[in-house]
Design a protein around this ligand. Sequence first.
Ligand code: KPL
Length: 299
Amino acid sequence: MDSSPTWWILGAGALGRLFAARLTTTLSLHLIGRRAADSPLRYHAPSDATHEVDVARTTLATQALHTHARPALVVLATKSHATLSAVEELAAHVAPQTPLLSLQNGFSIQPRLTETWAGPVLCASTTEGAYVEGDAGVVHAGTGTTWVGDIHNAWPTLARDSVYWLNQAGFSAHHDAAIVQRLWHKLAINAAINPLVARYRIRNGQLRDQPFRRMVDTIIDEIGPLLEGESITPPLAGWHTLIWEVIAATANNRASMLQDVLAGRPTEREAILGPLLVAAKRQRRTAPTLEALYHDTPS
Ligand code: KPL
């Protein structure tokens, strides 16, 4: 294994900063955002300790980036809707075969990148929780697990290498040969939680109260058969148990879509609800609850 490969992280939001703060301890790492900065990242660990971490923060156009080694892998940490344009811009700066690791939510960008990017496209599904604090801070709100694989299971060695470096950096990461299942399960969780909490501006745990509880159950009743129609295996304990367990575990969270709405940013409506509506159409099923949710969610 390469003693210290160079990785770039594209996107300096919460996950980009979190991955950068940890990976910079074991890799040669560049965090690429819209602005370059000299100041260190402030990493607020789950233990409550705050560390100043020296991370090279730069932009794609920065000369400093070009004097360094080309990346062995680029982690895509942009929001789903910003990823295609970011990758188009990236293409001018890296070798065409450079492996990508997509951290995006939903199941929209991953198949598109897999079809169009010349090099390997790995996908990750992570339950790490983080939010940004100011220009240079990231709060690691909850430790989780990260699974890495690729849609056609064509790059198991590369996926395992990436997992190795993630674990070296202190994450709990695993290779998943069935990452597509994992991504759809996460999509189901996000679809049942994010649009409702964003619309009603509530924390995840408040979904346990009426009238939200009933709304969540109705959404799950519609999502389950749709996913099974896409050959997605239901979780062992069933969709309701999986989703209510996540709601309980993240009760105090402001979900990412609520954070986006509160900050006036675009939401991931397309990436999360879009694939479900496409599946409904493909399967010739009606999905009135998801249709309504889509229309009531800001884009
Ligand atoms: O992934 C999440 C998100 O905020 O996007 C959940 C699981 C809903 C936790 O907040």
